[in-house]
Design a protein around this ligand. Structure first.
Ligand SMILES: Nc1nc2c(ncn2[C@@H]2O[C@H](COP(=O)(O)OP(=O)(O)OP(=O)(O)O)[C@@H](O)[C@H]2O)c(=O)[nH]1
Ligand SMILES: [Zn+2]
Length: 306
């Protein structure tokens, strides 16, 4: 049988077939990604084949299909060990807020760099629109202009009041969309607004506990009523890139990628080199200082965790 993984705990996987039925499956054999040791070989969004065990509603995954992309989370204590969070994504939405708690530009930029590195189109969703003062709305307009200019669509919503939720939902149709965001931005509220019957989740998890399965999920996929899926990443604060090379980093900043061919040195780090086209654009105001700051911060491995 063929299906798509909709939930993963690392030892159990829920697989949904085309008719919408879901089966709990385990893995047999080894699935590996070249050069990377992963704690979970199969992830939400993966396309798999599985065999049903005789007289049971449980299955065994026998084949993992090639992924169009995947995102990982770095293991906290083991370098080179990664957890695959999700695979085969069409787009990624980062939910952010300018108020309680304010999302830093550094956090946003790290997410965008990650999405660039994985080649996943990214958008920003500014939530809690109802809370913005006039001044807040001005800042929002500035951020929106800055990020849209770089090619990242920005959406302004209020999960609380339902503002622009319909528009957001229309962008999800027939796509697999990852939702990310740090705690408190209203990601759960937003997903509840998009999927009115998300309450299912609590019952499903207790059902898994009854079967003695670990209930720490890495990510979970939901069907959208109008077609398409969204993937939630509960408890995952930030996505990670394994071993991004310093000299590669500027490729993941579109405004730098576009200009770096004009740098005098072809191994320019865009830090203090003479004839650097990136620094020139920064001085001319063509590159935003906050973006360049994020570049330096990631380049030097400063993880501000904010
Ligand atoms: N004013 C306002 N508050 C919101 C909005 N969306 C969510 N909130 C509030 O923000 C808080 C956090 O919302 P959650 O949906 O739990 O946020 P989350 O990002 O899922 O956070 P975790 O559950 O910690 O992962 C709650 O008190 C919500 O009521 C919004 O659009 N406007
Ligand atoms: Zn340069």
């Amino acid at each position: 049988m063929h299906g798509i993984v909709t939930k993963s705990t690392g030892s159990w996987y829920q697989v949904q077939t085309a008719d919408g039925k879901r089966y709990d499956c385990r893995i047999k054999g080894k699935f590996r990604i070249k050069g990377l040791t992963t704690t979970n070989p199969v992830a939400v969004g993966d396309k798999v084949d599985f065999d049903l065990e005789p007289d049971q509603d449980q299955g065994v995954i026998t084949k993992l299909y090639d992924r169009s992309n995947y995102i990982i989370r770095k293991s906290i204590n083991l370098s080179k060990q990664a957890q695959i969070i999700a695979a085969n994504l069409d787009q990624a939405f980062l939910v952010v807020t300018l108020a309680s708690p304010r999302t830093s530009l550094g956090f946003i930029d790290r997410f965008l760099v990650t999405a660039e590195a994985y080649d996943i189109p990214a958008s920003l969703v500014f939530n809690k629109l109802d809370m913005f003062s006039d001044e807040g709305l001005e800042i929002l307009a500035e951020y929106k202009a800055m990020y849209e200019n770089l090619g990242y669509p920005c959406h302004q919503v209020s999960a609380l009041e339902g503002t622009n939720i319909q528009h957001l939902t229309s962008l999800l149709k027939d796509k697999i969309t990852l939702f990310s965001g740090h705690s408190g931005v209203g990601k759960s509220s937003l997903m509840n607004a998009i999927l009115p019957d998300l309450q299912l989740r609590t019952t499903e998890i207790s059902d898994w506990s009854d079967k003695g399965m670990h209930t720490t999920t890495f990510a979970e996929m939901y069907d959208l009523p109008g077609g398409g899926n969204i993937i939630d990443t509960p408890g995952i604060r930030e996505l990670g890139i394994i071993d991004i090379e310093q000299q590669e980093l500027s490729h993941f900043f579109p405004e730098m990628r576009q200009r770096m061919h004009d740098c005098r040195f072809n191994n320019c780090r865009h830090i203090n080199e003479p004839g650097c086209a990136v620094l020139e654009a920064l001085e001319n105001g063509e590159i935003e200082p906050s973006r360049y700051e994020s570049y330096l911060s990631i380049y030097h491995g400063n993880d501000t965790r904010s």
